[in-house]
Design a protein around this ligand. Structure first.
Ligand code: PMP
Length: 427
């Protein structure tokens, strides 16, 4: 079967032919490829074409695809059954590992996706504070819960529906939005609404409007603001957790949130999310406390085995130094190629995540990300794809490196970029 034939089969059966919107290539144009298998830094499509992969299943594959250590852990786990519906030892080991590696977390609850983690975290914030409003940032994405599909990033942004139909107005009205990296705007909002705000949720490094790092002192400022107003600070580390540093963005920037959400990497490629934080808050979750949250498959033994194996690998000495250095090699290399071609281009990077922008400006805000040239990005994307390099199929998604990306892979990527940059310019 060809990619095209599979897509034609999928289109009448699955909305847009895909099970998650950005996969459809709608924003870059063309049709998606269908992956047959993945190993190390590579994907192979059903036609046998190989791609160097900078999406990494949208973040989880930080040690590369099909890592033997993770695969072996899963193979061992499945010998004992796929799901128990009772507690299992691996859940306890997972909680111990997260609590040990992330100092702000005293207790943690496992769920099945990042969306569940963020929905549960704001329910807890509302339940614990007795307040109803939440604050999020324009262009940040926290999964597809009703409260978050308000000026949302990722696919919602790409497809021009940042606030989705189907989200009741009454619900959307409880979500206040702020521009990312604008501290004065946050101060003004809290001056007016502070006593009504249960929680402020933020991607500490934004990765769903391309990749934007917080300004120096910004996260600290938000921490103080939240403390002053009795608002819970929630770091959505679904993307940044175990990606920008071992203890996540909170370790990287030295800021302590009240609650944190995780996903992606902690599942090792299996469907997993988690939320955790201060003990006095987490003890309010059922059955320890009255705030309800549950899941048939939560703490699944196979998913826990994959996640635990992954977390063992990222704790190896120097893991994040090497990952950051490789990421830098890539972004510096792409910058040099663009400069050589006289193309307006800038990059952002934190740890193992990066952003590429067709603009001369250093991008630090949502408005700047929107102002970059998406047509150039789309041509660049297709030029790279043709040359066997798979970037995220949207100008508004972060890119991800893994420890499996070798210097040769990066050199091959830069080679491809030389041709693709010219295509981007010529249009
Ligand atoms: N939060 C962030 C920061 C994310 O990047 C994502 C997904 N990309 C989510 C939440 C939602 O996670 P999931 O897709 O697993 O529901």
């Amino acid at each position: 079967m060809t990619n095209h034939a599979l897509f034609q089969r999928a289109l009448p059966l699955i909305p847009g032919g895909v099970n998650s919107p950005v996969r459809a290539f709608k924003s870059v144009g063309g049709e998606p490829f269908f992956t047959a298998r993945a190993d190390r830094a590579y994907l192979w499509d059903v036609e046998g074409k190989r791609y160097i992969d900078y999406v990494g299943s949208w973040g989880p594959m930080v040690v590369g695809h099909n890592h033997p250590h993770v695969r072996a852990a899963v193979e061992r786990a499945i010998q004992n059954g796929l799901s128990f519906g009772t507690p299992c030892p691996a859940e306890v080991a997972m909680a111990e590992t997260i609590v040990r590696l992330v100092p702000s977390i005293d207790m943690v609850r496992m769920v099945n996706s990042g969306t569940e983690a963020t929905m549960s975290a704001i329910r807890l914030a509302r339940g614990a504070t007795g307040r109803t409003k939440i604050v999020k940032f324009e262009g940040c994405y926290h999964g597809h819960g009703d409260s978050f599909l308000v000026k949302a990033g990722s696919g919602a942004l790409t497809f021009g529906v940042p606030t989705s139909p189907g989200v009741p107005k009454a619900n959307a009205d409880l979500t206040l939005t702020l521009p990312y990296n604008d501290f004065q705007a946050a101060q003004a909002l809290f001056a007016e609404h502070g006593s009504d705000i249960a929680g402020l949720i933020i991607e500490p490094v934004a990765g769903n409007m391309n990749c934007i790092a917080p300004k120096e002192g910004y996260l600290q400022g938000l921490r103080e603001l939240c403390t002053r107003h009795g608002t819970l600070l929630i770091f959505d580390e679904v993307m940044t957790g175990f990606r920008v540093a071992l203890g996540g963005a909170q370790a990287h920037y030295g800021v302590t949130p009240d609650l944190t959400t995780f996903g992606k990497i902690i599942g090792g490629g299996m469907p997993v999310g988690a939320y955790g934080g201060r003990r006095d808050l987490m003890e309010q979750i059922a059955p320890a406390g009255p705030i309800y949250q549950a899941g048939t498959l939560s703490g699944n033994p196979v998913a826990m085995a994959a996640g635990l194996a992954m977390l063992e690998l990222v704790q190896e000495p120097g893991f994040y130094d090497t990952l950051s250095a490789r990421t830098r090699l890539l972004t510096d290399g792409l910058q040099a190629v663009a400069d050589g071609e006289g193309i307006p281009f800038s990059t952002n990077r934190v740890g193992g995540m990066f952003g590429l922008f067709f603009t001369r400006e250093k991008v630090g805000s949502y408005a700047q990300a929107l102002a970059a040239d998406t047509n150039m990005f789309n041509r660049f994307f297709h030029g790279m794809l043709e040359r066997g390099v798979y970037l995220a199929p949207s100008a508004f998604e972060a890119g991800f490196l893994s420890s499996a990306h070798s210097d040769e892979d990066i050199a091959a990527t830069l080679d491809a970029a030389r041709g693709a940059m010219r295509l981007a310019r010529e249009g």
